[in-house]
Design a protein around this ligand. Structure first.
Ligand code: ADP
Ligand code: ZN
Length: 619
């Protein structure tokens, strides 16, 4: 600020032209002339003359004019000529002014003048660097200026994508759908010749680790095109406009390399529905980014051959505008693998491993329900590590089983201190679950019960639930009854209940609440749902106080009913419950076969069929 202030306040209308200068000079109004930088002259007018002359005093009224400073400036051009002119005038008219020279402003002055700015910029750079994620290494200050550039990882001719459909196991349906995209990229003419439009985007929807990134990469690999990969959250930065400019930059790059594929992981980070939760207005930046993405997708014609693949596990919260025709108009579902697919994924991931021939992949696939592709990849690696730790030369079946247990339940805590009395409670608790679920038609049959503590839980029971697309009231109730079986057994045997059933209670409470408020499976509240599929969490409950009371009453009625039912069932089969609990205490882990031996065939057993999905219930 000081620097700019220095070259005295007002400049406008201060400059004299040559004839006015001569006029003033000849009138002998000039007190002093100061020559600056050998190019300009400051003209100081005598006080007397200013008072006596209307023109001067008008000028002097300028708020920037200070008494005693120069009233005019004059660009004289050549210094020698100017000096001659002044000397001539002095001689001719006997003028009394003197003239002086002022050195050009020194460098030091300049720097001091700029100091505040330099300081400001330094602070700004510092914060920018911190924002941009620790300044990824050697880039240093330079990368600040790339803040609006996209952060996409690029795989192109140089770092070729080597992934192909061979690397993607299972996902047959999804592969078929993306096969079309590969075709589009390979020979677009085939489609455009008939007037068809090439799709611009496809959305891969599915839980994490199911191979969405892998699939997108395989598309690029199959089509042999460059692949831009980044995550939705890479767009989001604290600074206004950064997201949008990154989107612009990304599309620019992709178009230059077209045909190409852009893959945006976790698109929900930017694609969440607009105009909601905007109480703070802090989402404006995200909205701008989303708008820019939509604009870009609309903007490029089909001839640009850029296809955008995006992944999310929550398609329902995305802005509807994203799904409109010409944008992500295809949705490809990438689900958790089923039994058969898990086997195939195992096949892919055991390739680099050294296996002993006792490994039974079919059995492993059966034991890993709910595992995603990424989990299975992790499992294979874990098995290899376990085998190595035990100095084996090949990976055995047991190593895989240990790895499964470890991934499902966390590390086994063999030395966790449990008193014999506690152990007995745990055994009866788990046996309670097992007994109730064995006796109920719709409860999932149990495959494994253990009282070896793992992670947070003290014991666990694994079930084989049927795959159901819709669930009827009886089925839900049976499941809840089995979940209450643990606590019911404690009550029946010890006449005391414990804190050990926390996660059971949590589970049934959630289920009961869902029955009442979501699915309308209840008596008092009726066929009403308070579920909002748009995913808006509202602060205000969508029902009245009175309804809230009814809901609470219904929930506890349902849970209490199932608890009593579980106690009755256990009472009827108390002898078997005892046997089972004893066996558990003895062996720590028991399987379905032991249950068959104790209980005999399940009362409602239809044909023995291996159902695929299996879920673990803790405690
Ligand atoms: P997502 O993007 O869906 O979260 P990824 O594609 O990143 O999942 O998957 C992570 C890893 O899991 C992959 O690199 C791969 O090793 C493994 N994986 C997942 N699904 C499969 C599959 N269907 N076939 C083979 N490997 C898979
Ligand atoms: Zn339990």
């Amino acid at each position: 600020m000081t620097f700019f202030g220095r070259s005295s306040g007002f400049t406008e209308g201060k400059d004299l032209n040559s004839s006015t200068f001569t006029e003033i000079l000849n009138k002998d109004d000039i007190k002093e002339i100061v020559i600056l930088n050998n190019t300009r002259a400051e003209i100081y007018i005598k006080e007397k003359s200013i008072e006596g002359n209307e023109e001067y005093s008008k000028k002097a009224k300028n708020p920037f004019y200070r008494k005693g400073s120069a009233l005019y400036e004059y660009n004289f051009g050549d210094l020698q000529n100017f000096e001659n002119k002044l000397d001539a005038a002095k001689a001719k008219h006997g003028l009394s002014f003197n003239y002086a020279y002022k050195e050009p402003i020194s460098i030091l002055d300049t720097i001091i003048g700029f100091l505040p700015f330099i300081l400001l910029i330094a602070i700004w750079l510092f914060f920018m660097k911190r924002m941009s994620g620790g300044g990824s290494g050697a880039g240093g200050g330079g990368q600040i200026f790339n803040i609006g550039k996209s952060r996409a990882k690029l795989f192109d001719e140089n770092t070729k994508v080597k992934t192909t459909f061979k690397n993607v196991a299972g996902l047959e349906g999804a592969k078929e759908e993306v096969q079309e995209i590969v075709d589009f990229l390979k020979n677009p003419e085939k489609y455009t010749k008939l007037g068809g439009k090439i799709p611009k985007g496809a959305l891969l929807v599915g839980p994490p680790g199911t191979g969405k990134t892998l699939l997108a990469k395989a598309v690029a690999g199959e089509a042999g095109v460059p692949f831009f990969s980044l995550s939705g959250s890479d767009f989001v930065e604290m600074f206004v406009g950064v997201g949008a400019s990154r989107v612009r930059d990304l599309f620019k790059q992709a178009k230059q390399k077209s045909p190409s594929i852009i893959f945006i992981d976790e698109i929900d980070a930017i694609g969440r529905a607009r105009g909601k939760n905007s109480m703070t207005g802090s989402n404006d930046e995200r909205e701008n980014t989303l708008n820019q993405l939509l604009t870009e997708m609309d903007g490029f014609g089909t001839e640009s051959n850029v296809i955008v693949l995006a992944a999310t596990n929550r398609a329902e919260i995305l802005d509807k505008a994203l799904m409109r025709a010409g944008r992500f108009d295809r949705q490809i579902y990438v689900d958790l693998p089923d039994l058969h697919e898990r086997k195939e994924i195992f096949d892919v991931h055991i390739k680099p491993l050294k296996l002993s021939n006792d490994v039974k992949l079919d059995f492993l696939a059966q034991q890993t329900p709910g595992f995603s592709g990424a989990d299975i990849a992790n499992l294979c690696n874990e098995a290899a590590l376990i085998a190595a730790r035990n100095n084996k030369t090949a990976i055995h079946h047991q190593d895989f089983m240990d790895a499964v247990d470890r991934i499902v339940g966390g590390l086994e805590k063999k030395n966790k201190v449990i008193t014999p009395r506690e152990k007995k409670v745990i055994a009866y608790h788990e046996a309670g679950h097992a007994t109730v679920s064995w006796m109920l038609e719709y409860a999932a049959p149990l495959v494994k019960v253990t009282i070896v503590p793992r992670g947070q839980s003290l014991g666990a029971a694994w079930y084989l639930p049927e795959e159901r697309k819709i669930v009827q009231t009886e089925q839900m109730l049976d499941e809840m009854c089995a979940t209450m079986g643990g606590r019911a057994a404690e009550k029946l045997i010890f006449d005391k209940i414990s804190t050990g059933a926390l996660s059971d209670l949590e589970k049934v409470t959630k289920q009961a609440r869902a029955m009442v408020t979501v699915y309308g499976l209840n008596e008092e509240v009726g066929n009403v749902t308070y579920y909002d599929s748009s995913g808006n969490d509202s602060f205000v409950k969508p029902y009245s106080e009175e309804t809230a009371k009814t809901i609470d009453k219904e929930i506890s009625k349902i849970i209490e009913g199932q608890y009593q039912r579980a106690i009755e069932i256990l009472d009827q089969h108390k002898d078997k419950l005892d046997i089972l609990a004893q066996k558990l205490l003895e062996k720590e882990v028991i399987f379905k076969d032991d249950l068959l031996e104790i209980f005999g065939k399940r009362p409602f057993e239809k044909d023995e069929k291996i159902s695929d999905e299996l879920s673990a219930s803790e405690e």
